[in-house]
Design a protein. Structure first.
Length: 381
């Protein structure tokens, strides 16, 4: 099949880039062809190595916009979305491809679809949604119902929390999220010193992540083996940058602690993750009871154990013994989890390795490609 990926995210983050790479590389590996369609003026941060077409209507970013300006930009984005939909339908009628993928869709994409000729597309149109909350389920069900008689409108929802979601439409399919894997490095070349257990806290630094509280707990822990904690943070605002520097200065004399105040992009991100044994997720947001934590998907893809708050995709640690979890917001529980994990790590390494392999197999990137092909080719029930 020939898949057209309509990518309209203006400023994609690292995981959105990785997701598009999965689509391109794994669909290609299955023998399919992939091409991108993007708004005019759109420039990728990564060379995916496939043909890219520009179509009328620029992408619109809300960055820094508030009030009336945000309302204006929202209206402009919706107008351009209609232009994209119209053009993609014209191309579908011309048989330029066999299916269309919107890789980072929401229920709003379907709301806009009701005003467009694309709802009558002669080829399957796949809206891929990266998780929904129960409240969002109601909105998605309502929008999906509008297209129940249009067999080529198909919705894929990736989630670990299938049992918690009431998604009812015959045009909705649920499947597991993919692992993010080191595609450009040999991960085995990193972290060669097996005598030191390396923990890693990675991602964008924001004050609400409450890094102070985590480091206070870490400094009080009693460990019986050599270890190091790497804390990486990229900062987007001067306020966050100043606060991260304050934390670095506060804990600069804490043993076994190393800070990286810089963004990690592309290969550097892969090298950073490969350089540790364990990924630490000491904060949680209830949205991750339903939406997928990309860091957790990285952990499984890179074969890394985890120390995780209990409201971050709890189904994973219930099913796979790949680390420890603790009650979110409970410092004593976090301290106990850190000490338990570190002090029993050596004796549990064999179990962790086997369970990580099992989790990887269940959520391998190739399975996402297989699910998308199935979504595109199966008859709707």
């Amino acid at each position: 099949m020939k898949f057209a990926i309509m990518e309209c995210v203006v400023t994609p983050g690292g995981h959105e880039i990785d997701f598009d790479r999965i689509l391109v590389e794994e669909l290609t590996a299955l023998g399919h062809t992939v091409e991108f369609y993007v708004p005019e003026g759109h420039e990728f941060k990564w060379n995916y190595g496939v043909l890219t077409h520009h179509i009328p209507g620029r992408g619109v970013s809300y960055a820094g916009a508030r009030g009336l300006k945000k309302m204006y930009l929202s209206a402009k984005r919706e107008l351009n979305r209609q232009r994209w939909y119209k053009k993609m339908n014209e191309l579908a009628v011309e048989k330029q491809f066999d299916a269309i993928i919107f890789p980072s869709a929401t229920y709003r994409y379907l709301r806009a679809l009701s005003l467009s000729s694309l709802k009558h597309s002669p080829v399957p149109v796949l809206f891929l949604i990266h998780g929904v909350t129960p409240k969002e389920c109601d909105k998605l069900n309502a929008e999906a119902e509008k297209f129940i008689s249009m067999p080529n409108i198909r919705i894929g929802v990736q989630t670990f929390a299938k049992e918690k979601l009431s998604l009812e439409g015959a045009n909705i399919k649920l499947y597991g999220p993919p692992n993010y894997i080191p595609r450009d490095i040999n991960a085995n070349e990193f972290n060669q010193d097996r005598n030191i257990l390396k923990l890693g806290f990675f991602g964008q630094y924001r004050k609400e992540k409450n890094l102070d509280a985590f480091l206070d707990v870490f400094a009080k822990c009693k460990f019986n083996r050599s270890l190091k904690l790497v804390v990486q943070g990229s900062t987007q605002t001067p306020t966050d940058a100043a606060d991260f520097e304050r934390i670095i200065n506060k804990y600069k004399n804490t043993a076994n602690l190393e800070f990286w105040h810089r963004p990690l992009i592309g290969i550097e991100w892969q090298k950073g993750l490969a350089s540790v044994d364990t990924l630490v997720m000491p904060y949680g947001n209830d949205r991750y009871l339903y939406h997928t934590s990309a860091i957790l998907s990285n952990a499984i893809g890179y074969g890394k154990t985890v120390i995780s708050a209990n409201n971050v995709n709890p189904e994973i640690l219930q099913e796979y013994d790949i680390g420890v979890t603790f009650e979110n917001g409970n410092p004593e529980a976090l301290k106990n989890a850190l000490e338990q994990f570190v002090n029993t790590y050596d004796e549990k390494q064999v179990t962790y390795k086997a369970e990580l392999a099992r989790a990887y197999a269940d959520f391998a990137p190739s399975k996402l490609a297989e699910n998308i092909v199935d979504l595109a080719t199966s008859e709707r029930k």
